[in-house]
Design a protein around this ligand. Structure first.
Ligand SMILES: [Zn+2]
Length: 381
């Protein structure tokens, strides 16, 4: 009888048995990873690496996870993220792109020519009314109650974000290397063949096995309207290299060295998927064309290269992110407006509509959609 293979934890080297095996996501769950591997790391290491490395990676991409409404496996939406707009306002970015002030703002300034200028922004109508009541107590000679009638409730306009992204670094880098080894494991490459990367993960002082790669685009048929993550593996026995390419959200692009002494088969395989839906995508990554000098750049972490290269990645990725967000918001707004209009007109699902009711519904729907449409039109200018 064949002996079952004995797996060792890629992180601590412990033998993996049924009791301490864990299901590890190839790409971390927090940024939309779906596919899992078994017999890869032990349960303790899964918890430890998950908390430290993957959490740092998730933090670096929290803006993307929130704005794209990337669902966790359990269906829980991405947590809200605090961001700052360019006019220095702190807002919460909720899953799906909704913005909310972190706290109400209030300004009460005495004007040099006498009188006062009071301005505030509240998060809800109730909060606005509470502020007005406060003002009424402070300045009883004025009538603030009439203002409560004319309150303009407007969804917070996103404006322009002060975007500060930083990718990579010690912990997030280790998460990326772990992802590359997990992908290799999933296509049957034994762990000992990933010696260079495994040594790095097990030893705090080892030379990093990864480097950012923006020197040129390694994706042959880069999609121009889809958000995707990709993990690709290449084995090149001629140059004795086993290496990987990991790209998240079109922006963070890394080459990972798995082995510098590879003697296995020639391999080229990739796994790409849309993190918002989990749908797998066919994608060709041209890893074999990486030259020896480009590999050296990666090992010395000099392949991130120019500011222009980074900007080009941003200019590619951000319009796609925003178009995906807009499409989602439109869909949500239409769904909500239709639901509200049906409730208002007392319509129920499956009901036949006569011409009069259909017209009523169309009018009601347009009214409900108006704030969303106005908001959209305003943002275009
Ligand atoms: Zn372990």
């Amino acid at each position: 009888m064949d002996k079952l293979p004995v797996y060792q934890c890629a992180l601590c080297g412990e033998s993996i048995a049924m009791e301490n095996d864990s299901k590890e996501h190839i790409v971390p769950l927090a940024i939309g990873g779906r596919r899992k591997v078994r017999n890869f790391i032990c349960r303790d290491c899964n918890n430890r690496a998950g908390h430290q490395w993957d959490a740092e990676l998730a933090k670096q991409f929290s803006w993307f996870s929130a704005v794209l409404d990337i669902k966790r496996e359990s269906g829980t939406p991405a947590p809200k993220v605090k961001i700052t707009t360019i006019d220095q306002q702190e807002v919460y970015l909720h899953a799906g792109g909704r913005l909310e002030l972190t706290k109400p703002t209030f300004e009460d300034v005495a004007l040099p020519e006498g009188g006062r200028q009071i301005s505030f922004r509240a998060r809800t109508e109730r909060e606005a009314k509470r502020i007005l009541r406060g003002l009424q107590c402070k300045y009883p000679e004025h009538d603030f109650s009439s203002m409560a009638e004319g309150l303009v409730i407007e969804s917070t306009t996103p404006g322009v974000f002060k975007a500060e992204f930083s990718f990579g670094g010690e912990f997030a880098g280790r998460s990326i290397v772990k992802t590359a080894i997990a992908m290799a494991h999933s296509i049957g490459i034994p762990q000992w063949q990933c010696d260079y990367a495994v040594r790095y993960l097990r030893n705090e002082n080892a030379t990093p096995a990864f480097g950012e790669f923006l020197a040129r685009d390694l994706i042959v048929d880069r999609p121009d309207s889809k958000i995707f993550h990709v993990v690709a593996i290449a084995g090149d026995p001629v140059h004795k290299r086993l290496f990987a390419y990991v790209e998240y959200f079109g922006l963070a692009r890394f080459v990972v060295h798995l082995s510098l002494d590879y003697s296995g088969d020639s391999i080229q395989q990739s796994y790409a998927f849309d993190p918002t839906t989990g749908e797998e995508i066919e994608l060709q990554v041209d890893l074999i064309s990486l030259s020896e000098s480009e590999h050296s750049l990666v090992l010395n972490n000099e392949a991130a290269s120019s500011f222009e290269a980074r900007m080009a990645a941003f200019e590619y990725a951000m319009p796609i992110v925003f178009s995906v967000v807009r499409a989602k918001q439109n869909q949500q707004a239409i769904g909500q407006a239709l639901e509200d209009a049906c409730i208002e007109l007392g319509l129920h699902p499956g009901q036949e509509l006569d011409e009069k009711t259909a017209k009523q519904l169309a009018k009601c729907l347009t009214n409900k959609l108006m704030p969303h449409l106005l908001h959209r039109i305003r943002r275009r200018h």
